[in-house]
Design a protein. Structure first.
Length: 249
C-alpha cells in the first residue's frame, strides 16, 4: 500500500510528466553495467529545477546524469531497481558498525563540488582501477556527470592524515538526498569506504531531518550495485510503487 507521501508524489508527478514528456526521448546503447542486453535510457535535458520537481522525479524512479534526467526503458531487462532508505528507520548491522569503527581515523567534511587537481587525481586513479574503458576520464565525469545546472550538488570528502581517499557526490533538497556517485582510493579497499559513505549520508540526513535517501539502482547481479540491499530496511520501486525489499524480492 502506498504511503500518503508516495500517493501525493505520484499524483503531482502525473501533471509534471505531462508537461515534461515532450522533452524526453529514448537512447539505446550498450549496457553500462555489462549486462547482455541493450540499455535504453529515457532521458531529457533540464535547466535549473525547483526542489519539489526534483523530489518528484526521484520518487518516480528517475536519476540524474549531468543536466539529464533519465529512467530505464530497457526492452529485455528489468535489472535496474530504484532503491531508497528512510534514515529514521535504518538500523546498522554488525558489519556496518565494524566499518565505522575501522574508519575512526578518517576525517569527513562536506563542501561544494569542485574539480580540483586532488579530486581529479583520485577519480582518475579509481577509474583506471575499476573502469579502465576508452574515454573514461575524471575530467569527463566531472564535466558531463557530476557538475550540473539542475539541482544543488555537494560532495563528502574523506581524508586520512590529510590525504583524500574518498569522495561522495550528492544532490540534496529540503527533504531528500540523492547519491550520485562515489569514488575512492583502490589501495584503501579494506576500509569499505562505499559502506562508510552510505552510513555518512544516513547520519547527515538524520542531523538535517531529511526523510528520503535515494541510493540509485539496486542491480542484484552486479556486485558494485548489489551491496546496497545490505542497508535495512530498504525500499524498492516495483510497478511504480515503493515497497519494502528483502533478499530476492
Amino acid at each position: 500500500m502506498r504511503s500518503v507521501y508516495d500517493q501525493e508524489c505520484a499524483q503531482e508527478f502525473v501533471s509534471l510528466q505531462a508537461r515534461m514528456d515532450k522533452y524526453f526521448y529514448d537512447v539505446t546503447v550498450n549496457c553500462p553495467y555489462h549486462q547482455p542486453y541493450p540499455a535504453t535510457f529515457y532521458q531529457g535535458v533540464s535547466g535549473p529545477m525547483p526542489d519539489r520537481a526534483m523530489e518528484l522525479f526521484l520518487a518516480a524512479g528517475y536519476r540524474r546524469n549531468g543536466n539529464y534526467l533519465y529512467t530505464m526503458h530497457c526492452a529485455d531487462c528489468r535489472g535496474c531497481i530504484p532503491i531508497r532508505l528512510y534514515p529514521k528507520t535504518f538500523r546498522s548491522n554488525r558489519n556496518q558498525r565494524r566499518v565505522l569503527q575501522r574508519n575512526t581515523d578518517v576525517d569527513i567534511s562536506i563542501g561544494s563540488i569542485l574539480p580540483t587537481p586532488e579530486n581529479l587525481d583520485l577519480c582518475e586513479k579509481f577509474l583506471r582501477s575499476r573502469f579502465p574503458y576508452k574515454n573514461n576520464t575524471a575530467k569527463g565525469y566531472y564535466s558531463g556527470f557530476f557538475l550540473n545546472a539542475v539541482t544543488t550538488t555537494f560532495e563528502f570528502r574523506y581524508r586520512f592524515q590529510g590525504r583524500l581517499i574518498g569522495n561522495g557526490i550528492i544532490d540534496i533538497g529540503d527533504n531528500w538526498m540523492n547519491a550520485v556517485y562515489f569514488f575512492f582510493d583502490p589501495d584503501e579497499g579494506r576500509r569499505s569506504l562505499g559502506t562508510l559513505n552510505i552510513l555518512t549520508m544516513v547520519d547527515f540526513c538524520l542531523q538535517k531531518n531529511i526523510e528520503y535517501l535515494y541510493l540509485g539502482y539496486l542491480i542484484r547481479n552486479v556486485p558494485a550495485m548489489s551491496y546496497k540491499e545490505r542497508f535495512r530496511p530498504y525500499y524498492i520501486l516495483v510497478d511504480s510503487q515503493w515497497q519494502e525489499g528483502s533478499a530476492g524480492c
